[in-house]
Design a protein around this ligand. Structure first.
Ligand SMILES: NC(=[NH2+])NCCC[C@H](N)C(=O)O
Length: 319
């Protein structure tokens, strides 16, 4: 028996600060067509509603930009991801920006409310801000805090209005369970661009963090072993891959918030294929390809496609 894969395309790019990530999933599909790959025709493909019209009017929430739109994205993802999992299919989400990852996690938790879910967060950024601590107001910096039910008031720098607070609390409650993830069940890989408010809470919560140097020095096998050890008490694992975890010099600047000195595309592929082999892994997400910013044509999407092809192959051949 092989595992069935469902690609879920989410083109809402309302949580990043730069424009164009909504074209990321299409850029990956274009890379596939150029290459003559039928990856997206051979597997089930579903689309989420697009909320990008929120970008065409001002947002009312400076410390949680377009949180009203993101709430509907979370709600839809919560239902869709749970549905795919309940049909025994494996969701691979190709999303525009990272802000929606909290909606994906809500969907996993809704499908398995009594199970403990681990998260592998492969990214240049920690994405653990809250409206109280954000330097930018961009919601793609907050998904992890939303699923761990964090406010981080200790590091508060923003005076947040009551309407934003109420939307933030609604966002955290999507799916009915407010704390979906235990901080001990989160592992960072490649994170290297954080703010002080984030560093404080990461330390306080004791979140496991593998740096780019750890990946270079210890190698993929050792890192994956330690990730699995850290998540050994989890029933299921969600892996999310922000392409800005990779070194822009070895890929391209085709992503909204590139950061120098990342992991290599070979390391990324090794990491993701190894994590896909883990039977506990039930959902993968790939985010932040932005072809509008790509100085090398469609390179970021091409590099990403190779990784998507490799993980799909591993998952489909899983027993
Ligand atoms: N997934 C990402 N690209 N996140 C970027 C976040 C950048 C910064 N920490 C912020 O909150 O604005």
């Amino acid at each position: 028996m092989s595992t069935n894969v469902t690609f879920l395309i989410n083109k809402s790019e309302i949580t990043a600060g730069t424009r164009g990530a909504s074209l990321g999933p299409d850029a990956i599909m274009t890379a596939a067509r150029t290459k003559g790959s039928y990856l997206f025709g051979e597997n089930t493909l579903e689309q989420l509603n697009i909320t990008n019209a929120f970008l065409d009017r001002p947002t009312k929430y400076p410390f949680a930009k377009r949180i009203d739109g993101l709430l509907s994205v979370y709600q839809e993802l919560n239902t869709k991801v749970a549905d795919i999992l309940n049909k025994n299919s494996f969701p691979i989400i190709l999303a525009a920006d990272h802000g929606s990852a909290g909606g994906t996690i809500s969907g996993i938790k809704s499908a398995f409310p009594d199970k403990r879910i681990g998260v592998v967060w492969i990214d240049a950024h920690a994405d653990i801000h809250t409206p109280y601590t954000t330097p930018s107001g961009n919601m793609h910096g907050m998904p992890l805090a939303s699923v761990m039910n964090l406010d981080n008031l200790e590091c508060k720098v923003n005076e947040v209005d009551p309407e934003t607070v109420s939307l933030w609390n609604e966002l955290k409650a999507v799916g009915g369970i407010t704390q979906k993830i235990n901080p001990k069940d989160v592992v960072y890989v490649g994170v290297r661009d954080t703010e002080e408010q984030e560093e404080k809470i990461i330390k306080q919560l004791g979140i496991k963090w593998f740096t780019v140097d750890d990946v270079h020095n210890q190698g993929i096998t050792a890192i994956v072993q330690q990730i699995e050890e850290q998540l050994k008490d989890c029933d299921f694992v969600y892996v999310t891959f922000d392409v800005d975890s990779m070194d822009p010099e070895l890929t391209s600047y085709g992503t909204g918030t590139p950061v120098p000195n990342g992991i290599s595309p070979i390391e990324a592929k090794g990491l993701l294929t190894a994590l896909s082999q883990n039977q506990k892994t039930v959902c993968l997400e790939i985010v932040e390809v932005n072809p509008c910013l790509d100085e090398k044509g469609n390179t970021m999407a091409e590099v990403t496609l190779e990784i998507v092809e490799a993980i799909t192959d591993v998952i489909k051949n899983r027993k």
